[in-house]
Design a protein around this ligand. Structure first.
Ligand code: CDP
Length: 251
């Protein structure tokens, strides 16, 4: 640990170019995705990403609540992102705060770009994201979990939506920030992209970057998203692939 003024800050980048947890700048945290762990939901997914643990459940298309949100030409996509009181070091006040509302809104909007909502007029597609353990990048982990949960629910979409936060730590552009890097780094840039077209459907930034750094960060994020995309497809394959022996037994 180094010290800046009265505040103890960790050494974010070693002389060898390694980060607080030993990762290189272009390395993701370990990511494990399970599709379909919840039986009551129409679709679900559990994501463990570094120290983040996030559950997503999808219901629908179903009746719209509250009714006045109903749209005659398409489904409404509603998202509720919630951070459990025990998910962070200092107990988080339970319930909807402004941050959760903002994250819920940007996630719902990201999915509006990929879900074929017009196939289900006068219905609602409800996405619930519960963060059980948080260590930075939870909106991206939530998006990844929700995306796999939507696919698990059989909701037709253009594509899955991989997401990752890129940032700037110790003057360098780094992939997939963890908590210390998010807290003490210079910038945090969560993004989500449609892999087939390369279109960004979520992009936010806190902190400072030069245009050149921003461009480098976007490139790094795209590479990260592609590798996350493979894991998302893998999770769905694991859930829906029938072993040849099981198929023979069922026949
Ligand atoms: O989680 P994400 O990076 O998408 O969102 P953020 O608002 O940038 O929050 C970064 C991290 O700060 C979270 O992942 C939590 O680990 C932490 N946090 C917290 O400790 N208490 C809160 N009330 C909100 C966030």
């Amino acid at each position: 640990m180094g010290s800046v003024g009265a505040k103890e800050v960790p050494v974010l980048l070693s002389p060898e170019g390694l980060r607080v947890d030993g990762r290189r700048l272009d390395e993701l945290r370990p990511l494990r995705i399970q599709a379909g762990p919840l039986h009551q939901a129409d679709g679900s997914a559990f994501v463990e990403w570094g120290a983040n643990k996030v559950m997503a459940a999808v219901y629908g298309p179903r009746e719209v609540h509250p009714r006045h949100l109903q749209q005659n030409n398409k489904a409404v996509i509603q998202c509720k992102y919630n951070m459990a009181a025990f998910s962070v070091d200092e107990r988080k006040r339970p319930g909807l705060d402004r941050r959760s509302q903002e994250i819920s809104k940007v996630i719902a909007e990201a999915f509006e770009s990929v879900v074929f909502a017009e196939e289900f007029p006068r219905t609602s597609i409800d996405i619930y994201i519960e963060v059980l353990q948080a260590n930075a990048g939870t909106r991206c982990a939530g998006l990844v979990a929700a995306s796999v949960a939507l696919a698990d629910a059989g909701i037709p979409m253009v594509d899955l939506l991989p997401a990752v936060a890129v940032g700037k730590v110790a003057g360098e552009i780094a992939l997939d920030l963890k908590k210390e890097e998010d807290n003490f780094g210079e910038a945090d840039l969560p993004m989500a992209l449609v892999p087939q077209s390369g279109r960004l459907v979520l992009l936010q930034m806190e902190g400072h970057m030069t245009p050149e750094e921003l461009s480098k960060a976007l490139d790094l994020g795209v590479v990260g998203c592609k590798s996350i995309y493979e894991k998302m497809k893998g999770a769905l394959r694991d859930r829906y692939t029938v072993e040849p022996s099981a198929a023979a037994e069922a026949a």
